[in-house]
Design a protein around this ligand. Structure first.
Ligand SMILES: Cc1cc2nc3c(=O)[nH]c(=O)nc-3n(C[C@H](O)[C@H](O)[C@H](O)COP(=O)(O)O)c2cc1C
Length: 180
């Protein structure tokens, strides 16, 4: 069992998504290896066609049974550091292909769990719902390659220090069920 643990928050020890993703990895008690990829400490460059020649990031993803991703919301979507990682794993012929019936995901069989951290609220029907391009994007992208991702979310983190503490505590509590 190999777990790939990815983080993308720029907030270091104050990061909610990092705290949640760490808790998820701890809860899963992986019997095997945990590979850590910190996309802030070791950022990937923007995609170029030359970058496709290096398949190490893709190979690392393909080798993992479980992938845990810390994903903070920045400017209504994912950090560009995390987008650069996705650009390395969305590869035609490797993680998806276009069949006669339409796109087909080739990366099924993995468990992907995303730790979301958002300053506001984006529930369906809320005023900011149309600006939610983090969870919706990640769900769409992983569905596209054949994976149904799971999410643990801490929302309203920028509302007040009290709300931040409550939301973070609730999200950390939710990580317990993931081990079941
Ligand atoms: C540069 C920046 C941009 C942000 N943009 C948004 C945003 O568009 N919507 C939102 O709800 N929260 C936004 N936030 C708040 C973060 O989502 C929130 O602080 C969350 O805790 C970030 O996750 P982290 O603690 O793991 O870094 C932003 C925070 C930063 C630092």
């Amino acid at each position: 069992m190999t777990t790939l643990h990815i983080d993308s928050s720029i907030s270091g020890d104050n990061s909610a998504s990092r705290a949640i993703s760490r808790s998820i990895v701890d809860q899963l008690h992986p019997a095997g290896q945990v590979v850590v990829r910190d996309l802030v400490a070791d950022p990937l460059p923007h995609l170029t066609f030359d970058a496709f020649a290096d398949t190490s990031v893709l190979d690392e993803f393909l080798a993992a049974d479980t992938v845990v991703i810390g994903a903070p919301m920045y400017n209504f979507t994912l950090p560009s550091q995390l987008k650069a990682w996705l650009d390395r794993i969305l590869v035609a012929g490797k993680t998806f292909r276009y069949a006669e019936t339409g796109p087909e995901g080739l990366a099924g069989g993995k468990r992907v769990i995303v730790a979301l951290a958002r300053g506001g609220y984006y529930d369906a029907g809320s005023p900011a719902a149309a600006l939610e391009h983090l969870e919706s994007y990640l769900r769409g992208v992983f569905n596209f390659i054949g994976i149904e991702p799971e999410f643990v979310a801490a929302d309203g983190l920028a509302v007040s220090p009290e709300q931040r503490e409550t939301s973070l505590r609730q999200a950390l509590g939710q990580t317990v069920r993931l081990a079941a």
